[in-house]
Design a protein around this ligand. Structure first.
Ligand SMILES: Cc1ncc(COP(=O)(O)O)c(C=O)c1O
Length: 436
């Protein structure tokens, strides 16, 4: 397994993260357990800031909180000066609770309710990213009622093909997100917005998908978006000031992944945007990106206890662990691949070919289909790497499993940041009435 962030093998061949022994964490907090490597997140943020910077325009890094959200990560993001993108009333409520600076909040979503729009306006979120014309009309009506003018970005779909999993592509012409910029009425709709008393169109947003390895797809997106800005300017006279290119930067999970080199890709995105702004004399003042996975993905590790071993009639060997698709649905959803180690056997020869099976009642609940590990016993702890994004955030109580705890580690210190659910939490909303 590739060691990421502050993961190290200590002199006893055991895995530490943030200078904390992972076996000890499993013992203290139980398993499954999500570990967050804060040093890794901080170094990712610092890299994003230095590589996505420009002398010509303002640049902003907005953390896509759908990847992993709790009070701790929102505070960390706020302290590091990033913006944040959120989706729902639930997300906004959390930001309110931790007093996140609301001017740095972007509200996304393709089916925003009236309640969510009103909440965003009442809290003063920085930008509402409008997905469709029905939503635009809803925002206008609410603003008319409250004599307000909302700052919006229009999410457009640049139609860029990527080679990621089909559920992770968001910019195909048939995608549910945004308004295709090839649609006939898009320019006239934008023109109408220039004099709208209820919304202030600050710029455009796009997001081409997630876990995208191809650098060319990002550069192509920048070109298309800047072309479109130039077209808007020429045909409507509107000078947009902001462009948001979304997130989607891939990370390394397992051998098949070839993530982009952010140290060269991010400056290339900035250079491409600057070049077009100057060449076309555009009024853009700010460019934005929204990474989620690339900030937290490799900072997360999940610890599991091996509960049972089984060799099938056909000879396939399974390790059965105490978590699974309830804490990590990605293998079942996207055929996602992961690497793992036995936490106290890093230097033991990997002689066993096994599958790591989750404990949910689904044949598809296999966390790792095929991996070489050292011989193991029941009770051994395994660590699956790169589970920081879309794991805790997508976790469920399927099969009555409590959501695991989350512990942050850094420089030899650890801190519980989300408690493990108790059994009474799982069915806490159940009314448990008699049948009718
Ligand atoms: C609008 C938007 N922005 C940003 C992201 C973050 O993507 P990633 O975590 O791949 O960087 C997503 C995720 O799908 C998204 O939908």
């Amino acid at each position: 397994m590739q060691l990421r962030g502050t993961m190290r093998e200590d002199s006893n061949g055991a895995l530490s993260i943030g200078q904390i022994n992972t076996q000890a964490l499993a013992k203290k907090y139980g398993t499954p357990l999500y570990i967050i490597d804060q040093g890794c997140i901080e170094s990712n943020i610092s890299n994003f800031k230095s590589w996505f910077s420009s002398d010509l325009v303002e640049t902003e890094i907005v953390y896509a909180s759908k990847a992993f959200i709790n009070g701790y990560i929102c505070r960390l993001v706020a302290e590091n000066g990033l913006g944040i993108d959120v989706i729902s009333a639930g997300d906004m409520d959390l930001l309110k609770k931790i007093q996140f600076p609301m001017s740095r909040v972007y509200l996304h979503g393709n089916a925003k309710s009236k309640q969510e729009i009103k909440m965003a306006l009442a809290l003063g979120v920085g930008r509402i990213v409008v997905d469709n014309y029905d939503e635009l009309q809803r925002i206008r009506e609410i603003c008319a009622e409250y004599s307000y003018r909302a700052n919006i970005l229009l999410r457009v779909n640049p139609g860029v093909e990527t080679h990621t999993h089909k559920y992770l592509r968001t910019a195909l012409d048939s995608s549910k997100f945004g308004i295709s910029l090839y649609q006939n009425d898009v320019l006239s709709k934008i023109k109408q917005l220039s004099s709208d008393p209820y919304v202030r169109l600050m710029g455009l947003h796009c997001h081409i998908g997630s876990q995208i390895n191809e650098e060319a797809a990002f550069i192509r997106t920048v070109e298309i978006m800047l072309n479109f800005c130039a077209e808007i300017s020429a045909q409507t006279g509107i000078g947009l000031t902001e462009l948001n290119f979304g997130g989607g930067f891939a990370i390394y999970y397992a051998k098949r992944d070839t993530p982009p080199q952010l140290s060269s890709l991010l400056p290339a995105i900035v250079r491409k945007a600057e070049e077009q702004i100057v060449k076309r004399n555009l009024s853009l003042k700010k460019i934005v990106i929204e990474p989620g996975r690339a900030i937290v993905g490799e900072a997360g590790t999940t610890l599991y206890k091996i509960e049972a071993h089984k060799t099938t009639y056909s000879g396939r060997k399974y390790l059965m662990v105490d978590g699974g698709m309830a804490d990590n649905p990605r293998p079942a959803l996207y055929n996602a691949q992961y690497e793992a180690v036995v936490v106290d056997k890093l230097s033991v020869d990997k002689t066993e070919r096994v599958a790591v099976a989750g404990k949910c009642c689904e044949s598809g609940d296999i966390l790792i289909e095929d991996i070489m590990l050292p011989p193991t016993e029941n009770g051994d702890i395994i660590a699956i790497a790169a589970t920081g994004a879309y794991n805790y955030a997508m976790s469920s109580n399927y099969n009555g499993l409590p959501r695991p705890a989350v512990v942050a580690v850094k420089n030899g210190q650890e801190q519980l940041v989300t408690k493990r659910q108790e059994l009474q939490d799982i069915h806490s909303c159940d009314v448990a009435t008699d049948p009718l």
